[in-house]
Design a protein around this ligand. Sequence first.
Ligand code: NAP
Ligand code: G4F
Length: 319
Amino acid sequence: MAKALITGITGQDGSYLADHLLQLGYEVHGIVRRSSSPNPWRIAHLEDRVTLWDGDMLDMASLLQVLDAVRPTEIYNLAAQSFVGRSWREPVYTAEVNGVGALRLFEAARVLVPQARIYQASTSEMYGNLPSDTITARGPFAPRSPYGNAKLFAHTSAVNMRESHGQFVACGILFNHESPRRGEEFVTRKVTRGAALAKLGRIRELPMGNLEARRDWGWAPDYVRAMHLLLQHDEPVDVMVATGRSHSVRELCEAAFSHVGLDYRDVVTKDPRFFRPAEVDALLGDPTDAERLLGWKPQVTFEEMVRRMVDADLADLQG
Ligand code: NAP
Ligand code: G4F
């Protein structure tokens, strides 16, 4: 039986990936870091179906112990300090977890399970403000945040591991993907929850940052399918995973608030606290290779994604 180990299993993608791999018949293991009050709400429904191990991307010994005990055939490295905005306040921590942490895992796997196939969660943030028609899965890269820098270190380390040691390490360069399991600090969830709260009369104002930023937003459960497909490919490759369409934060606000019969202009305000020291103005990916190499296509549109997220937030707040 195929045996997967997921770092970051308590996160948005980790939880959907665990759902997907269990459906495919995998034995699923996950690494969870210590917290004084654990709240694994995204995987509560999987309690009896996955095996959880204590570990931390900052701690090599814990990674070695888990790999030795599990001996996975596939490793999905999703653990990260994943909030770009926070990375300016905690740049060294972000580099340790997202950058050096990934290298720790690759090295531990090289020693203990060199045949294991590894997925690295790379990101469109590595492109920074490069024009969309110039970017490819091989670069160029020009990150504009400590988060993007750390992820680029992990990405180039992954390429080094396969070129130097022949390890099967494949990087999915994923553009933004969202769901009701998205953290509330990210813009989509902040807006869909804000629309639901406004509809219920619980807030009058939603302070926001740059409404003109554009992102290529997809549906997270679609994107975890691509992660799995990447590790089934006959050779390790790096592939962009995106929808090929972008929208502004303003369009996101319009879509979410109009879904509950409100005008976002009555609620959304601009607040300097939510602007970034350096912005990535626009991200737009090219999913051609994901379809050609992996047979992957996104199934949920931006409009449908926003509707599903607002409806889920309304149900959650009313439940
Ligand atoms: P997420 O919801 O923030 O989940 C991050 C996961 O990493 C959580 O399980 C978290 O555990 C874990 N983690 C954080 N620090 C850790 C540490 N020191 N040791 C062990 N685990 C740690 O992120 P996501 O949206 O699922 O994203 C998954 C991965 O894809 C991340 O690497 C992210 O950078 C990357 N990515 C995401 C997107 C996107 O649009 N979602 C796009 C491109 C790339 P806790 O539950 O304990 O916090
Ligand atoms: O939702 P965001 O915080 O996501 P961001 O920075 O694009 O990063 C996400 O996607 C990356 C892939 O491209 C991942 F690698 C990363 O882990 C994460 O999942 O912000 C999106 C945009 C930004 O331009 C931001 O400035 O929305 C803008 N924005 C405007 N007002 C806001 C807000 N972002 C947040 N979080 N909060 C605001 O009030």
